[in-house]
Design a protein around this ligand. Structure first.
Ligand code: AMP
Ligand code: MG
Length: 348
């Protein structure tokens, strides 16, 4: 069996972002999935000269990675749908990017307590990031920014940080410093109390959910949205097919893509976190862009990637980062408490 060594089913419960000035591997690796929903059927139809429903696909740079959109049906409509997706991604980036000086997150990181709508982008994503941080015992932590810098994962890498620098930096990291306080009239005040917020492990998933939600509200169906390996599907991939067959690209590129543990149903999402996608090289060794906030070092646990299937792209995004930190055993225990989630781990 290929390198998928563990599949967790929580089903029994029925249930740089901007180029980061770290090395970015090949485009092929950034788009962590390949997708061939109905290839065999389409080929068979083509051979028979039969008509398969037209499918349009688009790719463009967004939030420091590659966005992809695919839709069945009228190509002109698909192009308009693609614009809705691009607008949703731009809107999320404007509010949540640490690289834009006037974003809500940048204002928070400058020490401002910012009042925002309770169900707006910032409050929703920061709220879910804090929930995930607490539930995972701090394996997921949206305040890892200073550690990213110390390890050169925001540029300027090349040397191992001294231990005392790591421990001093750890003193300013901690999700519990961040507070969301209701202030009435449907607004919350967010304060960081000295911490710095980094939503790189969750915001892309949220952006995908927003795009899917907007298209679904407008009555659109039968499409797939992918933002740097954060994928969500809606409707059906092709006539007569209810499930979406998505595969995880092999991190080394040497082997063919591995199928996920199961197909996606309409509305479901999958995300992959990997050590191969972004990393910094120090003394010839690659250090992953995912930090274990409990010890202050990049994750080095033998995993190449973790994919999580979940009911929303924000969950899949947050949980794939979380499971990459937790590893197989603790990751399995964590995921068993999350309804509707399934994961696949790939060893290095
Ligand atoms: P992903 O590719 O979704 O797994 O997210 C990785 C990104 O999340 C990194 O580039 C950082 O911006 C941020 N990050 C790194 N480590 C963590 C962590 N332990 N918890 C939350 N976010 C993290
Ligand atoms: Mg993530």
């Amino acid at each position: 069996m290929r390198e998928i060594f563990d599949t967790i089913a929580a089903e029994r419960q029925r249930h740089p972002w901007r180029r980061l000035a770290v090395r970015v591997a090949l485009l092929a690796a950034i788009v962590a999935f390949s997708f061939w929903a109905d290839t065999r059927e389409k080929r068979a139809m083509a051979r028979r000269g039969g008509a398969s429903s037209p499918r349009a696909s688009f790719a463009w740079p967004a939030m420091g990675t590659v966005a992809e959109f695919e839709a069945a049906g009228d190509p002109a409509m698909a192009a308009r749908m693609r614009n809705v997706v691009a607008d949703a991604f731009a809107e999320v980036e404007e509010e949540l990017s640490v690289f834009l000086t006037n974003s809500v997150v940048s204002r928070l990181n400058r020490g401002e307590a910012v009042e925002v709508p309770e169900s707006g982008h910032a409050a929703t994503v920061i709220g879910f990031a804090l929930e995930t941080a607490e539930a995972s015992g701090g394996a997921f932590d949206p305040t890892v920014g200073p550690l990213m810098r110390v390890w050169g994962l925001r540029g300027g890498g090349g040397a191992l940080p001294p231990l005392n620098v790591i421990s001093n930096t750890l003193a300013s990291v901690g999700w519990w410093r961040v507070r969301l306080v209701p202030v009435g009239e449907g607004r919350v005040r967010i304060s960081t109390r000295g911490a710095e917020i980094d939503l790189g492990g969750i915001a892309k998933g949220y952006a995908v959910d927003l795009a899917v939600h907007r298209l679904a509200e407008a009555g659109r169906t039968d499409f797939l949205v992918n933002l740097g390996g954060n994928i969500r599907v809606h409707g059906a991939p092709a006539t007569g097919r209810a499930d979406w067959n998505i595969a995880v690209r092999d991190p080394s590129g040497r082997r063919p893509p591995s199928p996920l543990p199961r197909h996606l149903r309409s509305g479901e999402a999958v995300a992959t976190s990997g050590s191969y996608e972004r990393f910094v090289e120090i003394n010839g060794k690659r250090f992953s862009h995912i930090i274990d906030p409990r010890i202050g070092t990049p994750v080095d646990n033998g995993l190449a990637s973790v994919s999580v299937i979940a009911p929303s792209a924000m969950m899949a995004d947050a949980y794939s980062t979380t499971l990459f930190v937790l590893g197989g055993k603790a990751g399995a225990a964590f995921l068993a408490t999350r309804p509707g989630c399934t994961a696949a781990f790939i060893k290095r």
